[in-house]
Design a protein around this ligand. Structure first.
Ligand SMILES: Cc1ncc(COP(=O)(O)O)c(C=O)c1O
Length: 351
């Protein structure tokens, strides 16, 4: 009886941050507080709905061309997908087929182990050092692939490209994925290395610095062999992952490089303000190169603070996991939102 129940997939899924609506301050999923580029609005207005009748372009030529120009690479070095989560999932399937474990930090984006479980990939979590830093030498061991988030999440700490190169150069027998979802908030991308190393894949998203989490566009940059393997996996699953409306909107955002720069530097300024104010309140914040911070205060329960902020309509992220359960991850919003956040934190720690 009910034998089919034994055949169901028994995976423990990734749990995304809550998406509450209403009059709240949402600092829990590292979205961008600013509206997308005005060029995005123009592209939406100009969009020919007649195009929806047809399947979207598989080549995504225009969007690939805009990105290739941005990074000084060729269109054939780019793979596009429905958010970088999809791109990463397909990359795990396409790149990691070894008997050796795939390595990634013990504290990092928590989707990586879920994809490994889903696809039956062996993996090993490599501990960060006591300062939450990714030490390159820890990745100089036999492996079936490596994934590094840079800046890392949720720690926000950036690892210089020269150190990323150390890892890529020491592991030419496996593929190294560098997930650079937050790179535009203070880091330098490793994409310049893809010409030198055919085992390097760099993943970006339109969800963070380009304000388009709702449109779902991400991309991977790497050598042609990697892109071909990804195309083969994608076309064995769903050929049309990127819809035509998303392609038009992402193109408009990709072309407006000034808007990205302007809004990212605004967020960096607000990040510095927030860190300074938190420090006055006795918080220690890890050095951030992202659009979020990771902060802790001796004598204050991070969980209680998280709950207290929620009561006040301010959503941040708390991870009930060893090593990081004293910390809160706080997305950087507008200056006004962060002032309200600081006021709320001040009230809560003085209660
Ligand atoms: C490190 C990292 N990689 C990838 C993603 C996925 O981004 P998206 O699927 O919106 O492109 C996120 C989202 O928060 C992230 O933090």
């Amino acid at each position: 009886m009910n034998n089919w129940k034994n055949n169901l997939c028994k995976i423990t899924p990734y749990v995304p941050g809550e998406q509450p609506t209403g009059d709240i301050i949402k600092l829990n999923t590292n979205e961008n507080p600013y509206a997308p580029s005005p060029k995005v609005k123009e592209a939406l207005r100009a969009y020919d709905t007649g195009k929806l009748r047809l399947y979207p372009s598989i080549e995504c030529t225009e969007l690939k061309k805009a990105l290739a120009d941005t990074y000084g690479i060729d269109t054939e070095n780019i793979f596009l997908g429905n958010g970088s989560d999809e791109v990463l999932a397909l990359a795990f399937r396409a790149f990691f087929n070894s008997d050796l474990p795939v390595l990634f930090p013990d504290i990092t984006y928590s989707f990586y182990d879920v994809w490994c479980e889903l696809f039956g990939i062996k993996y090993k979590r490599i501990p960060l050092d006591k300062n939450f830093y990714i030490q390159s030498k820890d990745y100089f061991i036999p492996n079936g692939g490596i994934v590094i988030t840079n800046p890392n999440a949720p720690t926000s700490i950036y690892k210089p490209v020269s150190e990323i190169e150390e890892i890529v150069a020491a592991n030419t027998d496996s593929i190294v994925i560098v997930d650079e979802a937050y790179i535009d908030f203070g880091g330098t991308s490793a994409v310049g290395l893809i010409k030198k190393y055919d085992n390097l894949a760099v993943v970006h998203t339109f969800s963070k610095s380009r304000q388009l989490a709702g449109i779902r566009v991400g991309y991977l940059m790497g050598g042609k062999t990697l892109i071909n393997a990804l195309d083969a996996v994608k076309n064995s699953f769903n050929s049309y992952t990127l819809n035509s409306l998303s392609q038009s909107v992402a193109l408009a955002a990709a072309l407006d490089k000034d808007y990205l720069k302007k809004t990212a530097s605004e967020i960096i300024k607000t990040r510095e303000y927030t860190v300074k104010e938190l420090s006055k309140l006795g918080f220690t914040t890890l050095p951030s190169s992202a659009n979020f911070i990771f902060t802790t205060r001796t004598g204050t329960s991070a969980k209680a603070l998280f709950e207290g902020l929620k009561q006040k309509g301010i959503y941040v992220r708390y991870f009930d996991k060893p090593m990081i359960n004293d910390y809160l991850r706080v997305t950087i919003g507008t200056k006004e939102q962060m002032e309200k956040f600081i006021t709320a934190v001040t009230e809560l720690i003085n209660e």
